[in-house]
Structure formats: C-alpha cells, structure tokens
Design a protein around this ligand. Sequence first.
Ligand code: GLN
Length: 283
Amino acid sequence: MVRKGELYAQCRELIAQRDEDSADFEIKCIFQDILGEKFPMFAPKELVPDDKAAEILSVSKRRSEGYPLQYLLGQWEFWGCNFKVGEGVLIPRPDTETLVEQVLDICRKEKLTDPKIADLCSGSGCIAVALKKELPKAEVYAVELSEKALYYLRQNTELNGCGDIKIISGDVLKSETARQITGLDVLVSNPPYLTFQDMSELMIEVRYEPESALFGGEDGLDFYRAVTELWKASIKDGGFIAYEFGFGQHDAVKDILEKNGFTNVELRRDGADIIRTAAAVNN
Ligand code: GLN
C-alpha cells in the first residue's frame, strides 16, 4: 500500500506535465472523486488501499495525456449546480454564465417573472437549468438533436429538480422544430460556433468533445444565420433573442440579428473580457 502523500506527489508530477497551474486543483478533484476526501493533503501518511491507488494513478495518467478532467469526474459545476457530463456532450464553461446573466437581467428589467423560454442546442442543459432555477415560474424548453447529449440533458434536468423543463428532441435548423414552439419571450442559445480554422487548432482536451457541438461551419456562423431567420416567428413581438458566440464574432452576429429585424443589440463581455454574448429585441 502507498501513503497518501506519496501518491499525491506522484500524481501531481504527472498532471503538472499537462497543466502546472491547475495541477493541485485537479488532483484534489480526483482524490475527492475516488476517495471521497475534500482535502487529500490531510493525513499524508495514511495508507491508500491498492485498488483505490491504482484507480487514482490511472485517472491521473489519462488526465496527463490530455483527456478532459470533467469527463474523468463525470460531472462539472455550472451556476452552482451539478451537471453530469461525458463523451458526447459539451462541457459547461464559465463563459456561458455571461449568457445566463444577460437573460436574467432582461427578465428582471422587463418584469418577466413567468417567461416562456427556449434554449436551443441545449447540450448538458446547463443554460436551461440555470434559468429555471432562477425563474421557477418560467416555462422552459430545451431543444437538442444529439441522442448522446439528450441522455445527459434528461438526467441533468431531473437531478437538479427541473424535471418540468420540456425537452424537445429535434434539429434547430429545421422549420418543423421551430414550429413546435411559439410565443416565446426569450430564445437563448449557445450554438456551435467554432470556425474551420478553429477546428484545426483545437486544444487536446476539446478534441474529445463532440464536433457537432463545436463546429459552426466555415466561418462559425451557420447557426446564427439559420436560427435567427427560422426561429424569428417563434418569438413574440417585443420578445428577446440571446446568443453566445466566439472571440471576434460580435460584429457578424450583430449584423445577422439586425438584418433579420432585431433591434437594440446589447453586447456583453465575459469574465475574460471577451465580447461573448448578444441580446436583441424582436420587432
Ligand atoms: N466555447 C467552446 C470552445 O471555445 C465552443 C462552444 C461552442 O461552439 N458553442 O471550445
């Protein structure tokens, strides 16, 4: 049997090869997941059972090779809620909290206490769940195409006590899907937006995530063009649309919104000071 302190040091060395800055945090997550301990450095002389030590070592090795920590843990935090994740579903990112905040600010300002909201390309369901948590009286729809993502979406709505989110299995690029939901106060989406170029330069971790959740066509804007046009009729007059997008895409997204008759485009920066979201009014 190996002592906890030695195992910690061994795993730290492995993970630091991949990411020195987050190595301590990541090992704590792994120890917590496998040993159920929040503070692995307590009692460093304690012995770790062989099977647990082997598991910790193998997970750390996998992580050092670039496999995403979030998939190894099988869960990740977003908006203070826990989301199950695994291959086939996009990992919730903190940038996306900016989109949630923007929608909540709109609802507050417009006094929408029981808005009808649709989250397109819902994935893990992190946006839909965060909004439902904050606006319990809202009628929330989550639309997703991928069967693998739907598996997580269904679990995540249930596990977070949001079982009344209406899950729609369908393609947001098809008019028959758009016709299923009408009279929306808010349409929100974090669609795939990476460009052809971005896809060729993905970090190792992101390569394990589903291409269908990342790739938005040659210039990354396919979904904004199609969704804005297709779903406009599903949004009430005076209702809102809110999008997340990638670095440098704000002018193009604003343009698409305005060409489709949306006004008062409000852009927002994320925590890394990148213009990350846009909201506009349907006129
Ligand atoms: N934010 C993701 C990334 O940069 C992309 C997600 C998306 O395309 N919606 O990897």
